[in-house]
Write a new protein. Structure first.
Length: 134
């Protein structure tokens, strides 16, 4: 299984994602910070999904016909009151996409997490906005 902790939630369509963002951002004070962090997580996940589904990616012709790799993608986030964590995972060590970690290790277009560092500043901005009261 290939995994990178960025920050937990799983959804199957964009409507469910939008509903979750609304729910998380409208509840209590702790969610004033987790809502924006989760939004960045979901956008980062969408980036990984686009990379997996890219026509340039070798999985499209080799593994994409089953859709197993794309469908194996998951996000999770957790807030303990002091610490927010988010995770994006792909693969299943016992299922049809147990090759995921090996493909990612190859790097280049095989690494669908390659774009995640670009989201680092977005996380920092969300935290800064919270402390500034935006």
């Amino acid at each position: 299984e290939a995994s990178m902790t960025v920050v937990a939630f799983s959804w199957s369509d964009l409507d469910a994602l939008e509903e979750e963002i609304d729910r998380v951002t409208l509840v209590d004070e702790p969610y004033r910070i987790t809502g924006p962090l989760n939004e960045v997580l979901y956008e980062a996940f969408a980036d990984t999904q686009a990379r997996v589904a890219s026509p340039a990616h070798p999985h499209v012709t080799t593994y994409q016909p089953t859709g197993a790799l794309l469908e194996s993608g998951r996000t999770e986030s957790e807030f303990t009151g002091d610490v927010w964590t988010g995770t994006i995972t792909y693969g299943d060590s016992t299922g049809p996409v147990d090759y995921a970690i090996y493909e990612m290790a190859r790097g280049g277009i095989h690494d669908w997490f390659a774009g995640l560092p670009e989201f680092g500043q977005r996380y920092l901005d969300a935290i800064a906005d919270y402390w500034e009261g935006d």
